[in-house]
Design a protein around this ligand. Sequence first.
Ligand code: CAA
Length: 245
Amino acid sequence: MTRVALVTGGIGGLGSAIATRLAKDYRVVANYLPSLETEAKYWQAQQAKVGMQIDIVAGDVSDAASCEQMASHLLATHGCIDVLINNAGITRDATLRKMPAADWQAVIDTNLSSLFYVTQPLINAMISAGFGRVVNISSVNAQRGQFGQTNYSAAKAGVHGFTKALAQEVAAKGITVNTISPGFINTDMVAAIPDELREQIITDIPVGRVGKPDDIARAVEFLIADDADYITGTELSVNGGIFMH
Ligand code: CAA
């Protein structure tokens, strides 16, 4: 039986790498923001050209009703989502004193409340199946804080709190819940950091390079394996050594 994996933000930098790596062994559904339908269909067609059949599903992870609709569709189509990768996220960087309230809220909604909206309607089917894997993508900037990211650091730190609490609630049901905290990975999000600052960050990475999106996908693959059933509630840093704790 092929397990079904949902990757939120599945057509973006990290999400795309996760979706394509998992597509070899899982039936993958890549979620996308409804306004990105054209991009999502193009992305899906590109994957098909290289022989990867990946389903796509629209859903705004920051919106409860949209997530409920997405979950109903997924459960009707697949019966159960066995593997959930809560990956979708945004940045709206500004120092606290300059941060518009809307940018605070957008980041909290998309990066943290989304875990509630997406996971809650899918968890009962995992419990009934007696199997589930949930991986939540946090950030090194949650672990150590980041100038200009009170919203992002707060939301991403909340992600791991969610992981630890849910991991306890479902541990006896065959479901593991873990966090991956990426460092600086080669995606549009990191490309948007001002050039000078980005160069400085790279010189601080012990491994000597920014990460590849597939470095994160590799970690996801490890945590969701059937025989990774004794690993739960943990936070796996994948950051080239830039932060150790
Ligand atoms: N620590 C201490 N002081 C700093 C600082 C830092 N890291 N960065 C800037 N400052 C100082 C500046 O020198 C300046 O000082 P003065 O007022 O004395 O001149 C003051 O703070 C204001 O700084 P800015 O001019 O930078 O303020 P700004 O409003 O123009 O920009 C900012 C603020 C938008 C936050 C900008 O600094 C920025 O984009 N920083 C990058 C934030 C970042 O690293 N984001 C990570 C994105 S990647 C990601 O999030 C993925 C992931 O998970 C890892």
